[in-house]
Design a protein around this ligand. Structure first.
Ligand code: ARG
Length: 393
């Protein structure tokens, strides 16, 4: 029997895929759960359920550290956000796909499979990565058989596939965020129910007392909180905890999917909102006006590439080089205040600061203010010329 490697989460789609691959495609199934910070129960459950459904082998790969260092931190340096979404799911997909290729090679498989539907973004992200790294056949059973969610539930019932505690929503969770979509949320006027949030307190339930937090950055990435050093994985977790406690990071947006469909999305991304907001504040004091303007454009292009599943497009790597060079000076401390869903910048400092307090000060006597007059005479000369020529007619 030919072997296929399936990305497995023990959710509805991927559980149905195991049986379909065995019965309809007649293949031996090896499942892989790549741990990028989804709930521990989900990782454990994947292993258990995979064996229950009868796969020939299951792998659990801990990729959390790699996810933070090689994906999340690049996104932080780039301030990567697509239409208000900090790209949590989008960033994890290429990493998961790369791990799939590794296992497929190890297992001598002929194909790689995923549980994506034919309407979403993840199929683009998985398949682009797999094709960039290998020439395995790719099988998407749910998409190929055009199954609806209800049909999948029916199929699972008939084949005795164990399903997780039923959630009406489609939820995807990793270290960088939690996404909640589907069911009643498909109506864009229906409010996200409070009980569907898991990482963030509502502003009503958040602590009454504000928290002042100092985030230290080195070369564009966070390294310490209130003077205490943290490793990459720990600092992201800690930021999720602190910002979530204060109700920071709830996002409700209409998002434009790759294929053009609009989709209503809810996210909880406390660490992403906290870290990127502070990072931008620090950039303002160390980067030049030209750099800041250019970086904003770079950020938009970068975010689109990530969202669109083009992690392996060389431009992404080109941009990372440019960004890394700029980020060499993005070191320093940002002080923020977190309180009931509000995040405020209170201060920033950096050894690479371009701020000239003495020169900008209203009390400065050293700079001869009158020297600017010559510059002003020709400033906006084209605007003045236009007004003279065109408006007088
Ligand atoms: N819309 C987001 C993206 O395309 C999140 C998708 C997450 N999937 C889910 N089943 N909730 O990256």
């Amino acid at each position: 029997m030919e072997k296929v490697v399936l990305a497995f989460s023990s959710g509805l789609d991927t559980s149905v895929c195991v049986k379909l691959l065995q019965e309809k495609y007649n293949m031996e199934v090896v499942t892989v759960c790549v741990d990028v910070g989804q709930p521990e129960e989900e990782v454990e459950r994947s292993e258990r359920v995979a064996h229950e459904i009868g796969v020939s082998k299951h792998y659990t790969i801990d990729a959390k550290e790699e996810f933070v260092k090689d994906f999340i931190f690049k996104a932080v340096k780039a301030n990567a956000v697509y239409e208000g979404y900090p790209l949590s799911t989008a960033l994890a997909r290429p990493l998961i796909a790369m791990k799939m290729v590794e296992i497929a090679e190890k297992e001598n498989a002929v194909a790689i499979s995923h549980g994506c539907t034919g309407k979403g973004n993840d199929q683009f992200r998985f398949e682009c990565t797999i094709r960039s790294a290998s020439d395995y056949n790719i099988i998407g059973p749910v998409r190929d058989l055009n199954l609806t969610r209800t049909e999948e539930i029916e199929y699972a019932g008939k084949h005795g596939i164990p399903l997780p505690v039923f959630s009406h929503f489609s939820i995807d969770e990793n270290l960088w965020g939690r996404s909640i979509e589907g069911d009643i949320l498909e109506d864009p006027m229906v409010e996200m129910p409070e009980e569907a949030f898991n990482w963030t307190r509502s502003s009503a339930e958040a602590p009454d007392k504000p928290q002042i937090l100092e985030i230290e950055f080195e070369d564009g990435v966070p390294v310490a909180l209130d003077g205490k050093k943290f490793g990459p994985l720990e600092i992201v977790k800690e930021c999720n905890r602190i910002a979530g406690l204060h109700g920071i990071g709830r996002i409700d947006i209409m998002e434009d999917r790759i294929i053009g469909l609009k989709s209503r999305e809810n996210y909880e991304t406390p660490a992403a909102v906290l870290i990127i907001t502070a990072h931008k504040a620090l950039e303002q004091i160390v980067l030049t006006r030209e750099e800041l303007k250019f970086a904003a454009n770079v950020s938009e292009t970068y975010s689109e590439l990530v969202y669109n599943g083009l992690w392996h497009e060389p431009l992404r790597d080109d941009l990372d080089h440019l960004i890394d060079n700029m980020q060499k000076r993005v070191s320093g401390i940002v002080r923020v205040r977190l309180h009931r869903g509000n995040l405020r910048i209170l201060g920033r400092k950096s050894p690479f600061s371009l701020y000239q307090e003495q020169a900008v000060s209203f009390e400065d006597k050293e700079t001869d203010q009158s020297e600017i007059v010559g510059w002003l005479k020709n400033y906006g000369v084209q605007a003045a010329c236009f007004q003279n020529v065109c408006k007088k007619k």
